[in-house]
Design a protein around this ligand. Structure first.
Ligand SMILES: NC(=O)C1=CN([C@@H]2O[C@H](COP(=O)(O)OP(=O)(O)OC[C@H]3O[C@@H](n4cnc5c(N)ncnc54)[C@H](OP(=O)(O)O)[C@@H]3O)[C@@H](O)[C@H]2O)C=CC1
Ligand SMILES: CC(C)(CO)C(=O)C(=O)O
Length: 309
């Protein structure tokens, strides 16, 4: 399969490198020092499941340098989505099926402002990975899962091809017939995990074992469930409670990519996580005071470490 991966970071770099190692024709689109490093020596993924290095040169500096692909995977941070969508729309890849592995429920709406809706498959991924240094992605733990699916019958063939490619690559992957529900289900957990670990500045083990921060985790997730239901996604009444029970089964040192970003002084995806929940809640007339407060408390960090801090 010929796959263009836009954004060769934690997510795109990890899954792209695994697919390349299985013999698929993966071209990364990267930028800056990471682009130069991957161009010179390939992309190295360091993982407890085995390291892998892609061949040097399998990288472009812009989407417009690519001629064709069977699938485009979008894996940039959410603030870069609109730019990538515009670049894709102006490139020879316009009309190619697109799968965004980004977090949250806003990504496909943003992509759909510039790309044909019939090109947008749906999906979510579950992994902890980040760029350790230019040219190197570090995978933490053993979780490396993708769930994706067609939103229209004409997307089914490329979704099945990707599933086979993932099987070849040893990626834990699943096709879903209701991918928008999968995206919302992940969103409930992700917003709970990212809001609490980032606000408390501690991994899940600390958050879930303190009485007050555990309540915060549950109530943040309950608000996301209420927003999902008001948006027409029928999550069960006890969905947040079950996610809390799921949180109790996870490793104590698990944290969110947003907490990781805060610790490294990076920009945060907050406007599309708790901030996105607060925004949707306001539009839908649903109360979301917990997500609003988390958004306000973390606001000074949204663009990275505050100057003077
Ligand atoms: N990391 C994780 O563990 C997980 C992340 N996610 C989600 O996946 C998405 C991607 O996150 P993550 O992999 O962490 O992001 P990273 O920051 O690790 O990687 C994104 C890469 O894309 C580059 N980039 C951005 N715009 C362009 C462009 N126009 N052309 C070429 N390269 C570009 C960035 O460059 P630069 O650094 O210069 O901006 C960066 O190298 C996010 O929505 C995140 O929430 C989901 C599950 C887990
Ligand atoms: C919840 C998790 C760790 C799962 O992949 C994630 O998506 C993130 O923190 O961005």
């Amino acid at each position: 399969m010929r796959i263009a991966v836009v954004g060769a970071g934690g997510v795109g770099g990890y899954f792209g490198a695994r697919l390349a190692a299985a013999g698929h024709e993966v071209t990364f689109v990267a930028r800056g020092r990471h682009l130069e490093a991957v161009r010179g020596s390939g992309l190295l993924v360091r993982s407890p499941l085995g390291d892998v290095r892609t061949p040097p040169g399998s990288v472009a500096g812009a989407v417009t340098e690519l001629d064709s692909a069977d699938l485009v995977v979008v894996a940039v941070k959410l603030w870069d989505t609109e730019d990538v969508a515009r670049q894709l729309a102006a490139s020879k890849l316009a009309g190619t099926p697109v799968l965004s592995l980004q977090n949250g429920v806003h990504k496909d709406t943003v992509l759909g402002r510039h790309l044909p809706p019939e090109s947008l498959l749906g999906g979510a991924c579950f992994i902890s990975a980040f760029i350790e240094e230019p040219g190197v992605v570090r995978h933490n733990g053993s979780l490396q899962r993708m769930v994706f699916g067609a939103r229209r019958p004409e997307q089914e063939s490329v979704a099945r091809q990707l599933l086979q490619a993932c099987v070849d690559a040893g990626i834990d992957a699943e096709l879903s017939a209701d991918v928008d529900r999968v995206i919302w289900e992940k969103f409930v957990f992700l917003v709970g995990l990212s809001a609490t670990t980032t606000a408390v500045r501690q991994p899940l083990g600390v958050v879930r074992s303190d009485e007050r921060s555990r309540v915060l985790l549950r109530e943040v997730m309950e608000e996301v469930v209420a927003v999902a239901r008001a948006s027409g996604v029928a999550l069960a009444d006890d969905f947040a409670e079950r996610q809390l029970a799921f949180c109790d089964t996870l490793p104590a040192d698990m944290t969110s990519s947003m907490h990781n970003d805060l610790e490294h002084g990076h920009r945060l995806e907050l406007p599309w996580l708790s901030g996105g929940v607060a925004g949707l809640a306001a539009e839908l007339g649903v109360p979301a005071p917990r997500n609003r407060t988390v958004t306000d408390v973390l606001s000074p960090y949204v663009l990275g470490k505050p100057s003077g801090a």
